[in-house]
Design a protein around this ligand. Sequence first.
Ligand code: 13P
Ligand code: SF4
Length: 366
Amino acid sequence: MNLLKTVKSDTMPEHYKLMSKAEMANRVMEIKQQLGEDLFIPCHHYQKDEVVPFADAIGDSLQLAQIAASNKQAKHIVFCGVHFMAETADMLTTNEQMVTLPDMRAGCSMADMADIHQLTNAWPILQNLFGDTILPVTYINSTAAIKSFVGEYGGTTVTSSNAATIVAWALEQKERIFFLPDQHLGRNTAFELGIPLDAMAIWDPIKNKLEYEGNLEDCKVILWKGYCSVHQHFTVKNIKTIRKNSPNMRIIVHPECTHEVVSLADDFGSTKKIVTEISNAAPGTEWAIGTEANLVGRIIQENPDKKIASLNPFMCPCMTMNRIDLPHLLWTLESIQNNEKRNQIKVDEQTTKFALKALERMLQLS
Ligand code: 13P
Ligand code: SF4
């Protein structure tokens, strides 16, 4: 029986904004202690510094999915990340576990670029062009509905840390893949696996049209025309400036950056890879990082023995990740303490059924 009361308002009451940081931090710690193992707070690397100290686990998208899949005891999972991550956690946990997103406005603009209706329109057109030769593969940065479609058609999810392994597997299953929604991760990964750029087509979901200049038989990868609005701010010009002014700096970027940027960088990888590579580097080394601003700021603080800067001097915050702040975290925890059901992320059973297939395939292959 669910004892939680339903509350209508989903807007955080004003008084939280008037509390001091110290007061909020004390309350959060008190509630964490009271709830003990019933509460679990996973946190993505892009979260704000004011939230990170309260995390029970911090990681990249793959780590957060693995952690959700293995945690069976927490009744309340308060997800400090964005909507698709919380949906993923909901699907990987049991029905008895409740996943909450402290601010429902914390979406991902890239995930929003692939709507399930656009995908169901695209699929028959692509089947007409290519026959039954396409395996759909979706970046975990996508809605549960997209994951479900992909799972139903035998495909899988990928994250930035397992993309090469999973895409290599996918290309063994079918002649070509349909990669959603991030064209850049898809292109960078396929290129890493030796697929030439002229074997990659673009699917434009707005025009509902394939963009490809070569022979259709040569097309190995169809890239959904989506991108990350944060990572598009790292440019070739930024790389040239660093090479000219700071020739000793190694440049590491996230694979959501364009192919031109990734090709000119010294290395690329998931947020976990960026964190690990820099923390393992020798003291005195110099780094320019092409990823989200909160993480770059934290890496700078945690590595005082190195010279570190953002690849883009204006820094690039993810505004939606930033919606999760200390007031929203406290509000959510107090709601749980008061048995108020609020900001719950619940994916319906039918969607979950096939989306789980896509997620489980990925977890097995990782
Ligand atoms: P990671 O899986 O590398 O943490 O990336 C998630 C993300 O949203 C990057 O923009
Ligand atoms: Fe989405 Fe980009 Fe933000 Fe990552 S950084 S959560 S891909 S908008």
